[in-house]
Design a protein around this ligand. Structure first.
Ligand code: NAD
Length: 302
């Protein structure tokens, strides 16, 4: 049985739950939110879907005591208005640091010992706090990180070359936030390296787009949901099917001493392996600078 709990049933959590439900990716789905009325409304809306859904899914109004038997917990708590107001994911840091402590302690008390995939922002810092509070291993806890920003980069590069985004390989690395960067040395399109296709100026212009585009969506609809939910669901599937998916997620990177967006192999144990990239010295510096920003914020909290 594939058991998933989603904690935080806002725009993102509800879209993750709906996607799992309609794609039959879960057998038992537990919905949790500190706003009980919201969780109950989502629970009832999903139950009303059952008679027309292609798959049977057992959906529950969850409680922390249910987590003991859950395989994957997704954390999507927060207050998106705080990010939209500031245009910076650290705008939600104070709120979500408190939430991470509260939710993390409850997860620990529940006896949960599965895989925790964090979405809540600022993603790298909150993944760090959740790992510390739950006491789960660094393999068991990871964040969606730059998996989403990488998808945005693939879209932008694909559009530039009139190619399907799935034909674009490579990574956006670093903070899921303003200091992220496209590691152009890793990017290729249908086997051709970005270096052969773009000038330095073009790369710089394209680099700024993933983060800009995300804020454009957030400002336009007040939140973002489809792309992040699709990323989270792909990662959940990778855990259930032990896909050993090579994906840039927010993982603990020893070299920089923090959770940060970097490629890893995702499988049944969570982070099976972090894959060391051969970056240029300029990219290495950018990664370190991005790590310093994440660490500085976490240190200010302590
Ligand atoms: N990592 C990414 O790429 C990415 C992308 C989009 C959104 N996000 C983040 O995901 C989070 C959710 O976004 P959203 O648009 O759904 O926000 P939202 O404000 O619509 O919903 C947040 C939900 O969390 C609940 N919540 C708050 N504190 C809680 C707690 N302690 N325990 C349980 N539930 C709690 C709220 O009641 C609310 O229903 C935000 O932090 C947002 O910034 C991350």
């Amino acid at each position: 049985m594939r058991n998933v709990a989603v904690i935080g049933m806002g725009h993102v959590g509800a879209t993750v739950a709906f996607t799992l439900f309609t794609h039959g990716i879960v057998d038992n789905l537990y919905l949790l939110d500190k706003n009980k009325a919201k969780a109950e409304a989502e629970y009832n809306d999903l139950r009303d879907t059952l008679a027309r859904n292609d798959y049977h899914v057992n959906v529950f109004l969850g409680d922390y005591s249910d987590l003991k038997n859950v395989d994957v917990v997704v954390t999507s708590f927060g207050d998106i208005a705080a990010t939209v107001k500031t245009g910076d994911r650290f705008g939600e840091f104070e709120i979500n640091a408190k939430n991470a402590k509260e939710v993390g302690e409850k997860i620990k008390e529940s006896g949960f010992n599965g895989i925790l995939i964090n979405i809540s922002n600022p993603c790298d810092a909150i993944s760090t706090l959740l790992q510390e509070t739950t006491g789960l291993s660094k393999k068991q806890v990871f964040g969606t990180g730059t998996f989403l920003d990488t998808a945005r980069m693939q879209r932008i590069v694909g559009e530039e070359l009139d190619e399907d985004p799935r034909n674009v390989a490579g990574f956006v690395l670093g903070e899921h936030g303003a200091s992220q960067f496209t590691a152009w040395s890793t990017v290729s399109i249908n086997g051709k390296s970005a270096k052969e296709l773009f000038t330095k100026e073009q790369e710089e212009k394209l680099s700024a787009q993933p983060n800009k585009n995300s804020m454009k969506v957030a400002f336009g609809k007040g939140y973002t949901s489809y792309a992040i939910a699709t990323c989270a669901v792909r990662l959940i599937q990778a855990v259930f099917s032990d896909a050993r998916l090579f994906a840039p997620t927010s993982v603990y990177l020893d070299e920089v001493g923090t959770y940060i967006g970097y490629p890893a192999i995702i499988g049944k144990n969570g982070v099976e392996k972090v894959i060391a990239l051969e970056l240029t010295s300029e990219e290495d510096e950018k990664l370190e600078e991005s790590a310093e920003i994440i660490k500085k914020h976490i240190a200010q909290l302590k």
